[in-house]
Ligand binder design. Structure first.
Ligand code: NDP
Length: 333
């Protein structure tokens, strides 16, 4: 076993311990995949079919962000669209069928300063010759007064999860991207009215989604508007809105506030270990190569631009092929 370049004291002790053991007792994985969205599962499928016997750690949301969405109309292969959770269930079953070892745990520590790399979960420690990071991204929140306190009491980041609790209610959706349009449209199934509150004077959402929102009679739009505070004792009662065009503040009574302002990449484990960009996305070259040899990234964690299920799946495929070439080139297979 090839060991140590530099690592933390605890991991150094662990590797010294491994050196004392019979080396044949120590299993080194070919590859570990972190994340179970379209990128991770596709990487798993390709890695398994290349005989890499991949281990995939699902993370805290098995199936990733698509499990909290509704209908997916733009993933090729489904002529009438498919529900996000169903798509991810099929993908996971396909991964298992081709031999991916899916473990329902999260990596809590990754040490890329050792080689083989060390990946720790709550219950296990793995050594691996390569790593595919597909940890995705998490919903962002506004960070305003009342938001945290009233979370689950009228404030939500997921219309699919919470929309049905708001029958005949008046709701706000914050944001101007596709997520905001999608959440607003979904909420009209339950709510009496949905007001999209956006800080600019136009949306960045795709024109088809904007058009659907504009056409929906239950949807109202407030441009140039920012929510400054969410009021209520045990449930949302009103919000304070700042009209940034006319420079005035007012209170609007409301029953629920859905935040749909984008996502931050899940890269905490890799700070000071991999090069990240100014928004903390993993920097990649030649599509999947991170700043560390043998570590590849795919999906939303390294993609601030396209962020689509299908592009994530495609890059997951590329990451697995790149991993295989890396292991072959290093004579590690
Ligand atoms: P986006 O990053 O595209 O949009 C985020 C929106 O939130 C922007 O309008 C942004 O405003 C606003 N925003 C960000 N931070 C704040 C803040 N602090 N306060 C107020 N507003 C804020 O994220 P989405 O989640 O909408 O979409 C991500 C990607 O996923 C996109 O590529 C999108 O196309 C895709 N997607 C596709 C779907 C589909 O095809 N069905 C559905 C959902 C997402 P500003 O414009 O001023 O920057």
């Amino acid at each position: 076993m090839k060991l140590i370049i530099a690592c933390t004291t605890e991991n150094l002790i662990y590797v010294i311990y491994l050196n004392y053991m019979n080396k044949t007792d120590v299993k080194i994985e070919n590859t570990i995949i972190l994340g179970s969205g379209p990128a991770g599962l596709t990487a798993g499928i390709y890695a398994a079919r290349s005989n890499l016997e991949p281990i995939l750690l699902t993370g805290s949301t098995p199936g990733g962000q698509l499990t909290i969405t509704t209908e997916v109309e733009n993933f090729p292969g489904f002529e009438n669209g498919i529900m996000g959770p169903v798509l991810m269930d099929i993908m996971q079953k396909q991964a298992i069928n081709v031999g991916v070892n899916i473990i329902n745990e999260s990596a809590i520590e990754v040490d890329l300063k050792t080689y083989p790399f060390i990946v720790k979960t709550q219950n296990q420690t793995f050594l691996t010759n390569s790593l595919i990071i597909a940890t995705g991204a998490s919903a962002k929140f506004l960070g305003i007064d009342g938001e945290n306190r009233l979370m689950g009491k009228g404030v939500s980041g997921c219309a699919t999860c919470d929309g049905a609790f708001f029958r005949e209610k008046n709701l706000i959706v914050v944001g101007g991207g596709d997520s905001a349009m999608e959440e607003a449209l979904f909420l009209t199934k339950f709510a009496s009215s949905v007001t999209i509150v956006h800080r600019k004077d136009s949306f960045r959402a795709s024109s088809i989604m904007q058009e659907r929102a504009f056409k929906n009679e239950k949807i109202k739009i407030l441009f140039n508007s920012e929510i400054k505070k969410i009021n209520g004792e045990n449930k949302v009662e009103s919000v304070i809105i700042f009209d940034n065009k006319h420079n005035k503040e007012y209170t609007m009574p409301i029953d629920g506030v859905f935040i749909a302002i984008g996502h931050t990449p899940n890269t905490k484990l890799f700070v000071n270990q991999l090069d990240l960009d100014e928004m903390n996305f993993i920097k990649v070259q030649n599509i999947t190569n991170t700043s560390k040899e043998g570590v590849f990234a795919a999906g939303d964690v390294s993609d601030p631009k396209y962020k689509q299920a299908i592009s994530s799946a495609g890059i997951g495929c590329i990451a697995a092929i790149d991993t295989m070439h890396y292991l072959e080139d290093k004579n590690l297979l």
